[in-house]
Design a protein around this ligand. Sequence first.
Ligand code: 1PW
Length: 212
Amino acid sequence: NMAEGAETFSLREVLVAFTACVSEQREVRVDPYLAGWKGLVRFLNCLGTIFSFISKDAVTKIEIIENYRNSDQREKYLTVQSMVEYELANGLVDLQKRSDSGCRTLLRLHRALHWLQMFLEGLRTGKDNSKTSVICSETYNASLANYHPWIIRKAAGVAFCALPTRNTFLETMNVGTAEEAVAMLGDALPYICEVYKITEELYAQHKLLDLP
Ligand code: 1PW
């Protein structure tokens, strides 16, 4: 069934989800944030099994936050702002060791979103014949890699090598021609940047950027 298959995946839906994230009060809505990530996971799965170790971790984290959204406390998890306020006020955020708080879990997705933002920007502004693998590893090394142990960095590097050239990659995004994909990235990236920026400021304000 094409309608359900990975074949019909389009990166457009991911970007649309992120455009719906920021409320009028400049709060980050959790549901579209997770919807954006789910689309991204489907996209990663399209890139081949080598990317499944990357998407698997994202899936685990999406599910942790989704469980909070389905719990009795669902209203507290409506926005990233309300989540931070609720978890901090109720002592649910462990500052010493790894936990499954919404705050530490979303922080991992937040850091990965920074990479995605830089990667898509590199793709958008790159030359026709540039290597996606190079854009991917350079942006990864400049961002997310700083939070990963050697073994993960190594595995990520191996996965990146499997990425196709820029034009093929832009076509994999299923947005139309490479030119149309580039135009869509130009329209959508400011929204991802905004979501990233608001979350970053919120976490900095509450000194949550180093949560274990
Ligand atoms: C083609 C470009 C696509 C960019 C998609 C971004 C997805 C990034 C996910 C990277 C995950 C790598 C493997 C998992 C590592 C985890 O240890 C790490 N998770 C993340 C999201 O960085 C940290 O989570 P942890 O171990 O503290 O629970």
